[in-house]
Design a protein around this ligand. Structure first.
Ligand SMILES: [Zn+2]
Length: 395
C-alpha cells in the first residue's frame, strides 16, 4: 500500500514534475519547471563526472539516413523497435534508435593512432522507440528518451579495464543520487535473428565482461537472450514500487560495430567499442528518483533548494534581499510571502524543500537568518554561500 503511494505518475503530477497531453501523444511526456530543474541538475552532474574521468562531449543529430542503420546492423536486428523511415526528396531518414552509430562515425572522422586511445566520447542525446501506445505510461515507458550515453574506443587489451572504470562511474553516480541497484545482470546472446550470428565473437566479448564482474567480486545473474544484438551487457537493474524490474545503467562490450564501420587505429588494428550509460535514460532515472525519495530529493537535486519565509509583511523587504542573495549564490530559491498563510502553513506547503530560511524582526535587522531543515531540525545560522556549497553534488 505504502509503496503505491510513491508511484511516480501520481507524485510526478502532484509535484508538477512532468505531464502529458493527448495532442502531443502518449509516451511523449514534457517536463514542467520542477522536472526540468531536476533534469538539468542530473545533466550537469553527469557531464562533470564524465569530464573528470577523461570523456570528451559531442553532439549529434537525432536522425540519420536509413543506410546508417543498415550499416550498424540496427536495420536487420532492431527494426521492429524503430520508427518507420521518413522520405525527404530521394532519401529516407530514421529517428535514431541509439547513439552508437553516430559516435562510431565521429571516431572514424579522424585518423587515430595508438596514442589517441582510449577515445572516450559522451553525449546526452535523444533516441526514439516505436513502443505501442498500450504499454506506455508515465516516464518509464516512453517513445522519446534522453539518454546519457557514451562510448569508449580502446585497444582490445584495455577493454576490461575500461568496462570496469565505467562500473566505477555508475557506482559513484548511484551513491550521489541516493539509489541502489536491485541486482547486476550479465545479459547474454539468445537464439534467433535478434542477435548477430557469430559465436566466436560472442565468446570473446562475453569473456571480457565475466572477468570484469569476477574481478570486482560482484554477485550477478547470467541471463541468455537479454544482450544487445551486437554484444553482451552488464545491466544494473532497479525495481519500481510495484516490484517491476528494469535496466537503468549498462556497460556493453561490442566487437561488431567496429567491424561494420571499419574502425581502425595504428595501421590496421581494430578498436573495441565499450558502450556505457552511467544513469540511463533521464525519463526512467527521474521516475526512479521520485519513487525512491518520495519527492524529498537530496538538496543538489531538489527543484527548489531554499525557501525564504518572512515572518510578516514587515520582513518582506529583508526576505526579498535574502532571496536575491540565494539566487546570486546559485541556489534554486523562492519566497513564500506572508500573504500565503501562517508560517506553519507555509512551512507545510514547502515541506519537501531542503532549506527553509525564516526571516523575523531580528534577522531583518542583522541580515542573517536561521535555517530550518526539511525534517524540522534547526541548523542555526548558516551563510548563503555555505548553503549553496551544501547544495552541490560531491565528486
Ligand atoms: Zn552504444
Amino acid at each position: 500500500m505504502n509503496e503505491q503511494l510513491n508511484d511516480h505518475r501520481r507524485l510526478g503530477r502532484e509535484l508538477a514534475i512532468f505531464d502529458t497531453d493527448p495532442l502531443v501523444g502518449s509516451g511523449l511526456p514534457y517536463w514542467l519547471p520542477a522536472g526540468a530543474a531536476i533534469r538539468k541538475a542530473v545533466e550537469d552532474y553527469v557531464h562533470e563526472l564524465e569530464r573528470r574521468n577523461g570523456y570528451q562531449h559531442v553532439n549529434s543529430p537525432v536522425l540519420g539516413k536509413r543506410e546508417l542503420y543498415e550499416r550498424s546492423g540496427h536495420w536487420a536486428h532492431y527494426a521492429e523497435d524503430m520508427f518507420p523511415p521518413m522520405r525527404v526528396g530521394g532519401e529516407e531518414f530514421v529517428l535514431r534508435p541509439s547513439l552508437c552509430p553516430h559516435h562510431a562515425l565521429i571516431y572514424r572522422s579522424r585518423p587515430r593512432s595508438h596514442r589517441d586511445l582510449p577515445f572516450r566520447v559522451a553525449e546526452l542525446g535523444g533516441m526514439y522507440r516505436s513502443e505501442l501506445s498500450g504499454v506506455l505510461g508515465g516516464l518509464t515507458r516512453v517513445r522519446a528518451i534522453q539518454l546519457n550515453d557514451g562510448h569508449v574506443f580502446c585497444a582490445p587489451e584495455d577493454a576490461a579495464a575500461e568496462a570496469s572504470a565505467a562500473l566505477d562511474l555508475i557506482e559513484a553516480a548511484h551513491a550521489q543520487l541516493g539509489i541502489g541497484a536491485a541486482r547486476y545482470r550479465l545479459s547474454l546472446r539468445g537464439d534467433g535473428a535478434k542477435f548477430v550470428d557469430d559465436p566466436a565473437m560472442w565468446a570473446r566479448s562475453e569473456a571480457i565482461l565475466r572477468d570484469v564482474l569476477r574481478e570486482r567480486g560482484r554477485v550477478y545473474d547470467e541471463e541468455r537472450g537479454e544482450g544487445a544484438f551486437y554484444g553482451p551487457k552488464i545491466d544494473v537493474q532497479i525495481t519500481d514500487p510495484a516490484g517491476r524490474e528494469s535496466t537503468l545503467s549498462t556497460v556493453q562490450v561490442d566487437l561488431y560495430q567496429p567491424e561494420r564501420f571499419d574502425l581502425g587505429y595504428a595501421g590496421g588494428r581494430r578498436p573495441v567499442m565499450v558502450h556505457r550509460s552511467v544513469v540511463g535514460g533521464l525519463e526512467r532515472l527521474v521516475a526512479h528518483l521520485i519513487e525512491v525519495h518520495g519527492g524529498a530529493f537530496p538538496a543538489w537535486l531538489a527543484p527548489v533548494q531554499a525557501v525564504v519565509l518572512p515572518l510578516s509583511d514587515a520582513e518582506l523587504p529583508a526576505g526579498r534581499e535574502v532571496l536575491r542573495r540565494c539566487v546570486a549564490a546559485g541556489l534554486r530559491a523562492e519566497l513564500a510571502a506572508p500573504g500565503r498563510g501562517s508560517l506553519g502553513a507555509r512551512i507545510r506547503a514547502h515541506r519537501l524543500v531542503p532549506y527553509q530560511l525564516v526571516v523575523g524582526p531580528r534577522e531583518a535587522v542583522s541580515g542573517a537568518f536561521s535555517v530550518r531543515l526539511r525534517g524540522g531540525e534547526q541548523a542555526g545560522e548558516v551563510a548563503v554561500e555555505e548553503l549553496a556549497r551544501r547544495s552541490r553534488p560531491v565528486f
